[in-house]
Ligand binder design. Structure first.
Ligand SMILES: [Zn+2]
Length: 421
């Protein structure tokens, strides 16, 4: 249960805001907004540094006044604390909800309450005295939103996680072209501000070309270590496969995530040039969780590792650690390469070091092909200029002091501090 403390209300109608977590770190975002004796939470994220057994729970103020939790997008550092939150409606995109439900049987995490109203692009939902208008944005998670929150005549805009160089960049261009007016506060993510990168961000289309180039020069199977929930990236990988006449191999988890998008334009397990292959460890998960119907549904183009071994150069595979044993045993690795298609910071983690040792043992070349899920400093500056808030407040950044490079009117607030607009 969340710890509950009381909050005094003044006589003037005011919006009160507290960043419970995220004022000076990337991940674990959780913001409470209070107006007229009611409150909402924006995101309930698991800090990136926590273990999920005993995470730090933010002290939710007056849980009985809580009208709901808005989850901006389905990344763990934005929804991972839901199991420890008070029971209340959870507002999120329908596809985001389906993706989390599809992923659950494959994850070791407590069950999530995800019941509540749906977020729809450019629609407004009412929650107690709050009006929340949703803006679908470009990010590495599917179905991600920025939020305009209105109450008592005050207007707060929350960027969520956002970028302007992925496959949905037009959405953010549109937001900048027709921004909501008269914003009192903009809570803006600044993930990239602390990372030395002054060059223009690489667009997702360029990833597709780089992958195709590597696929062409690789004689064996191309193993791509990418998140199955980065749908933009899966599209890039699939398109690179089409260009180089490879078949994309996905496991049941990836097939289920692709289906959960509900989008007929996103690659699916029954499309030509896509095949399902189930590693041994996942077969055990399927048995344990009773996922036989899902397996049946995605088995139209099912293959086995021994099929890959006959012509490894004809395949690219969405790779995770659980594949290592199966691929090695079936002799699929002649001429193979490993492509790390995630943030390079993960390369220092134990699980990645283990994969790297395995890659070296098998004589596989290594490639890094990635672009960030977060806006570059230049794009953040364009965004804040377009939104033109009275005040910019840092969140989801480890360098809040650098926000003054983006905009003249910055006020940083500490975690746990209540402030008014
Ligand atoms: Zn995110």
């Amino acid at each position: 249960m969340a710890h509950v403390v009381s909050l005094e209300h003044g006589s003037m109608p005011l919006m009160k805001i507290c960043i419970h977590r995220g004022a000076k770190e990337i991940g674990g975002s959780c913001v409470q907004v209070e107006a007229g004796g009611e409150s909402i939470l924006i995101d309930a994220g698991m800090p990136l540094t926590s273990d999920s057994e005993s995470p730090p729970i933010p002290p939710i103020v007056d849980g009985s006044s809580l009208r709901g939790i808005v989850i901006s997008h389905p990344h763990q550092d934005h929804y991972g604390l839901l199991p420890w939150m008070p029971t209340t409606p959870v507002l999120m995109g329908d596809a985001a909800r389906r993706i989390l439900r599809a992923a659950a049987p494959f994850m070791r995490q407590p069950s999530l309450n995800l019941d509540g109203p749906s977020l729809v692009d450019r629609k407004t939902v009412s929650l107690g005295s709050f009006r929340i208008t949703l803006y679908l944005v470009d990010h590495s998670a599917y179905d991600s939103y920025a939020l305009l929150i209105e109450a008592d005549g005050k207007r707060l805009f929350y960027s969520g996680d956002i970028r302007v160089h992925g496959r949905k960049r037009e959405l953010v261009d549109r937001l900048m072209a027709t921004p909501p007016a008269s914003l009192d506060v903009l809570l803006l993510e600044g993930t990239t501000l602390g990372r030395a990168c002054n060059v223009a961000p690489k667009p997702e289309d360029a990833i597709e070309d780089e992958l195709a180039e590597i696929f062409r020069e690789t004689t064996g199977i191309a193993l791509i270590h990418a998140s199955a929930q980065n749908i933009d990236r899966l599209v890039s990988i699939f398109r690179a496969c089409l260009k180089t006449h490879r078949t994309l191999v996905v496991d049941l988890y990836t097939a289920e995530i692709l289906a959960a998008t509900g989008n007929p334009h996103i690659p699916q397990s029954d499309w030509n040039r896509i095949a399902l292959c189930v590693p041994q460890r996942q077969r055990l998960q399927i048995k344990k969780a009773g996922l036989f119907e899902a397996l049946e549904r995605h088995s139209r183009h099912r293959i086995f590792p021994k099929t890959i071994a006959k012509n490894p150069g004809g395949y690219a595979l969405i790779f995770r650690e659980l594949w290592m044993r199966d691929l090695e045993r079936a002799n699929c690795l002649d001429g193979a390469c490993l492509i790390h298609s995630q943030w390079d910071g993960y390369l220092k983690e134990d699980r990645l070091l283990k994969i790297d040792a395995w890659r070296k043992t098998n004589g596989m070349p290594f490639h890094q092909v990635h672009t960030s899920g977060h806006a570059s400093p230049g794009d953040l500056k364009r965004l804040v200029t377009a939104l033109n808030p009275k005040m910019l407040v840092p969140i989801h950044s480890d360098v809040p002091e650098r926000y003054s490079e983006l905009y003249p009117y910055v006020t940083a607030h500490a975690d746990g501090e209540w402030w008014e607009i």
